[in-house]
Every structure is written in structure tokens, then in C-alpha cells.
Design a binder for this molecule. Structure first.
Ligand SMILES: [Zn+2]
Length: 382
């Protein structure tokens, strides 16, 4: 509930606290930075501060002096915010189309946040009096999905919102929005979290994940608790360990990477993606799953390269005999060729290549490279 609940975001904390204390809150904020580092939580805690009569932000200007910028955490407004049921907190996201009064809009695939959603849930709602009288707060999730038409429609609301209206747009990259939208918001940067902090939070949130697995998940997450949790939910460490064994067999020329096993794993993982986003098609979900297999494979090769570079020196808890075996059997230039080939396969998937054919060609080429058949395999050209 207090803004300080969001750790390791000193710039965001300083900018917003200063704005509250000096009564200079902008109408519209644009929170940008990696996924899963606290942007949404910070926006919700700011909403609570704006709606709590006990905070400097929520109190009348004449009564705000000396108050803390945080919500009190005890009043009725705070209770409603905590329960996610405050009628003046409007969280806008692409799946709201299902709650739009127009049945045509309800049937749209929620890939974008279209003009109908912005008009109904933001522009029109901003024009009404706050239900509890104090203020209205709008938080737009994945705002980089707002269509250009919808962005144009909301420009006036961003620039001159009705009284006591606060809007926060949340994006990964601010340049995904139109310049005209960006320039009407105050930009607040959020940054990747320290890996030690991600590891500790992960262990607190998922006590069943052991210390070394938590450290692995933190490294893969790039400093995002959200990404680390998603990886835990997909059990990616187990997948990584299985791939490491498969690559070790390939390096020792005992076996090719098994296509059927990869297909089965990708299919199982695609169920996770579909549960996470019911609007994904089977093919899109399988593509996402196969991309994960590919980057984990590239990661195994990178890990092997690190283990190889460390030579006979101890390399810490991450050193696994299989990684060393791979490093010993696959010379660095070949590993580099393999990684290049994997990256190209990812690019092919991004261009909607057939998943099965793309992976079949990749595994064939990797087997040829492992067997020492250098030079560009035929399927490399596309
Ligand atoms: Zn309160």
C-alpha cells in the first residue's frame, strides 16, 4: 500500500514523492521499464495515495502540509483499494472488450486496446463525477497496445482531463506510443531489479524453489520478478536441465537432439501459454513455446562456453559436469555457428514459419554441425 512497497526504483520513488509533497502531480504519468519490476504495483499504490483522505496526495490542498505522501492503509478508501474494489480506480486492459456494451466489440480479438475501449472505459468514465467524491484514477496496462486511433481519441483527455482525474499509462517501451501521446505524459523510468533481490523475493513467494534454482531463475529473469515467477510456473529449470543432458549427448555424438521430445515439450508448454492468454491460437502458443526451447538451448551453449572458459578452475555452484562435457566436445567457433543457427530459427518463427518444419531443419543442421560438417547447411538459407 505505501509507495515504498516497491523496492529498488529510486528514480520513480523520488519523482512521484516530490510531485505529491509539492502538490505538482501531473495529470498523466507514463511508467516505462521492463515487465515485472513493480510498475503496476506502484501505480496502484499511487492510486491509493490519491484516494486516501489521510495522505498528502488525497487530502485537500489546504490540509496537506506535513502529511506523508503514502496512503494510510487503514481507512475505508484504503480497504477498498487493497481489495481491488474501489469504484474510482479504473484499471484498463485489452480484455475489457468483453465488458463493452456493444456485442460487436465483445467479439473482437483483444490484441489491441481499441478506440471503443478507450472511449467507453476511459474518456467517458473520466467525464463522470467520482463515485466516492475524491478523485478518479485510471491505470492503463500494456498501454503500448493502445491503437493509434484510440491514442488520438484520448489526446484531449490526457492534456486537459476533467478535474481530479489522474491517468497512468504502463508500457515496456515508451517509443511504442505516438509522440503526441508521450509528450502529454510525464515519463517515469523503472529499471531491472538486482538479482539478489529477485532471488530473495522468489524464495519468499515460492518457498518450494530451492536456493540454487532460485538463483538460476533470477539470472534468467533479467531482473524481473514477474519474468522469474512465470519461468517458475513453467518449470523452466527442469526443461533447462533436460536440454543440458540432450546437448551433452549431441556433443558426445551419442544422439541427435530428439525432435519428437521437443515437439511434445513444446505442446505441453503451449498449454501454459494458452491458459495464460486464452486469446492465443494453438499455433501462436506453440510458437511461443518453441521460442522458449530455442533460447534455453542457446543458453545451454552459452553456459557451456562459460564452463569451458573457466578451464580447470572452480566455477561455482553453476558449474555442471554436462556443461563442461559440451564445452570440451564443441569448439567455440562451432558453438557460435550453432547459436547463430538457433537465432535464425527464432527469426523464422517470428516470420510465421511452420513450427514443425522449422525445428526439424534446425535439429538437422545442429546434428551436422556437431558431426563436424562445417559450412552452411542448405536449410540455413531462407
Ligand atoms: Zn487511507
Amino acid at each position: 500500500m505505501p509507495l515504498s512497497d516497491v523496492a529498488h526504483q529510486p528514480t520513480a520513488q523520488a519523482m512521484v514523492r516530490q510531485a505529491i509533497v509539492h502538490d505538482r502531480l501531473p495529470h498523466a504519468y507514463l511508467f516505462h521499464g521492463p515487465d515485472g519490476v513493480g510498475k503496476q504495483l506502484f501505480a496502484r499504490n499511487l492510486a491509493a495515495a490519491l484516494l486516501c483522505p489521510g495522505s498528502a496526495a488525497g487530502a485537500a490542498a489546504s490540509d496537506a502540509a506535513g502529511r506523508e505522501p503514502d496512503a494510510c492503509g487503514r481507512c475505508e478508501a484504503c480497504r477498498l483499494c487493497r481489495a481491488d474494489t474501489h469504484p474510482d480506480v479504473h484499471v484498463i486492459h485489452r480484455r475489457l472488450n468483453k465488458y463493452h456494451p456493444d456485442s460487436e466489440v465483445q467479439r473482437l480479438r483483444p490484441i489491441k486496446i481499441g478506440v471503443e475501449i478507450i472511449r467507453h472505459f476511459l474518456i467517458n468514465a473520466a467525464g463522470r463525477t467520482p463515485a466516492r467524491g475524491r478523485a478518479k484514477v485510471f491505470i492503463v496496462l500494456e498501454a503500448d497496445r493502445i491503437s493509434p486511433g484510440a491514442q488520438s481519441a484520448m489526446l484531449k483527455t490526457l492534456e486537459e482531463p476533467p478535474p481530479a482525474t489522474y491517468i497512468t499509462l504502463i508500457v515496456t517501451r515508451p517509443d511504442a506510443l505516438l509522440e503526441t501521446t508521450r509528450s502529454r505524459c510525464q515519463l517515469v523510468p523503472f529499471v531491472a531489479l538486482p538479482l539478489d533481490f529477485v532471488t530473495a523475493r522468489l524464495r519468499a513467494l515460492r518457498p518450494d524453489v530451492d536456493a540454487s534454482a532460485a538463483a538460476w531463475y533470477a539470472r534468467q529473469s533479467g531482473g524481473s520478478i514477474g519474468a522469474a515467477l512465470r519461468a517458475v510456473d513453467q518449470n523452466l529449470k527442469a526443461l533447462h536441465d533436460a536440454l543440458l543432458e540432450q546437448w551433452s549427448s549431441l556433443a558426445a555424438r551419442r544422439a541427435r537432439l530428439p525432435l519428437a521430445d521437443w515437439s511434445d515439450r513444446a505442446k505441453a508448454m503451449s498449454e501454459f501459454h494458452k491458459a495464460d492468454d486464452p486469446d492465443l491460437t494453438d499455433t501462436e502458443a506453440q510458437r511461443q513455446a518453441m521460442r522458449t526451447m530455442l533460447w534455453l538451448s542457446a543458453d545451454v551453449l552459452a553456459e557451456a562456453a562459460r564452463a569451458g572458459a573457466a578451464g580447470s578452475k572452480p566455477v561455482g555452484a553453476g558449474a555442471i559436469p554436462a556443461a563442461r562435457q559440451i564445452a570440451a566436445a564443441i569448439p567455440p567457433p562451432v558453438a557460435a555457428d550453432m547459436i547463430t543457427r538457433i537465432v535464425r530459427a527464432e527469426a523464422q518463427l517470428d516470420m510465421n514459419a511452420n513450427v514443425q518444419l522449422c525445428v526439424e531443419a534446425l535439429l538437422h543442421d545442429l546434428a551436422a554441425l556437431a558431426a563436424g560438417e562445417r559450412g552452411a547447411p542448405t536449410s540455413l538459407r531462407f
